[in-house]
Design a protein around this ligand. Structure first.
Ligand SMILES: O=P(O)(O)OC[C@@]1(O)O[C@H](CO)[C@@H](O)[C@@H]1O
Length: 331
């Protein structure tokens, strides 16, 4: 079983515009849609669509619209009693595929909700294959909470993936190697934040087909105890770095409709391939194929296995025999 934790789930409301977004104007929406959201919920949705045994753990009370949507979608889940319903996050989508996202802070979680969420994980630590701890932490949650969970789970046979950002990500990294997960999934900006690398250098290089800075930055996290770093780089693809080597994947050309959920789909693709015994390059191939498929779908629509084009993703190994060159900007 794969267990996902979403401390700050959401209803994702997408507003599709027919024209460009103009600040200060009255704009008419062409269409709207609502999808169950929150990063761990999305990972669970992708894995469930691929018929994996999955469980989404999240705060929520019986009758909350988000839990009802998960039930309707056939996503196995446990809602832990909490004070308020899930937040609504807004995506404003423009005709050229540009998305602007406004995420609410989420309802405050009490100490007892936090303890109950942690208990749901610990109770499965000896049977679950993977835990995916994903997304922001709502008010009331200590910034170091992910680190505490990783530390509690790492004595068990399960593997733990973390995908978060900003202060919770920084707090997690401060606890390395004790809080280092088996898999960390930063995007380019988060990778830069964590490693002190200039984010512009990293992203510009990746866009120009040079994954060197991203690999170097990811290697720094592996040196600090992280098992594997899957760094997603948008249209430039992704890199996977472990203590055994580094792999690079380029993304197939797509018409981007909504990148919301693309990173979560990548994480799900990686876990799916790993759970099936796939090699590092196959895990990376699945990650990029799932992420690309998600980006070509509207709102927080997530891909099914039929929409995945593995053959369109090219993966290569960085030469393990020669050290990864450190670009001058990083040296
Ligand atoms: O505010 P967070 O927790 O960082 O991100 C939440 C969120 O933007 O992430 C998902 C896409 O990755 C969406 O479903 C959701 O709205």
């Amino acid at each position: 079983m794969i267990v996902t934790l979403t401390a700050n789930p959401s209803i994702d409301r997408t507003v599709q515009l027919e024209q460009r977004l103009e600040r200060g104007s009255v704009l008419r929406a062409h269409s709207t849609r609502s999808d169950p959201g929150g990063k761990g919920v999305n990972v669970a949705r992708v894995l469930a669509a691929a018929d994996l045994d999955v469980l989404a753990v999240l705060p929520g009370n019986g009758g909350d619209p988000l839990l009802s949507a998960l039930a309707t979608g056939g996503i196995p889940h446990i809602g832990v009693a909490t004070t308020g319903p899930a937040r609504t996050n807004i995506t404003i989508a423009e005709p050229d595929g540009t998305t602007t996202k406004i995420n609410e802070p989420g309802a405050t979680l009490s100490g007892s909700t936090l303890d109950a969420l942690a208990q749901e994980l610990i109770a499965r630590a000896d049977t679950a294959l993977w835990f995916a701890l994903s997304g922001s932490l709502p008010p009331g949650v200590p910034l170091g909470w992910y680190g505490e969970l990783v530390a509690a789970l790492r004595d068990h046979p399960c593997k733990v993936a973390v995908d978060t950002s900003d202060a919770p990500l920084t707090a997690l990294a401060e606890g390395f190697p004790g809080s280092a997960p088996d898999l960390l999934k930063p995007n380019g900006e988060e990778l830069a934040q964590l490693t002190g690398v200039d984010g512009h250098v990293l992203e510009r290089a990746a866009e120009n087909g040079d994954p060197g800075p991203a690999i170097t930055a990811a290697q720094r996290l592996v040196d600090r105890g992280v098992g594997s770093v899957l760094a997603t780089l948008g249209a430039a693809g992704a890199v996977l770095v472990t203590s055994d080597g580094a792999w690079i994947a380029t993304a197939p050309p797509i018409v981007a409709v909504s990148t919301v959920g693309a990173g979560d789909s990548s994480l799900a693709g990686y876990i799916l391939a790993e759970a099936g015994g796939g090699s590092e390059s196959e895990r990376l191939r699945h990650a990029v194929a799932y992420g690309s498929a998600a980006a070509s779908l509207p709102g927080t629509t997530l891909p099914t296995p039929e929409q995945i084009d593995l053959a369109a993703v090219s993966v290569s190994a960085a030469d393990a025999a020669s050290p990864i060159p450190v670009p001058t900007e990083l040296a």
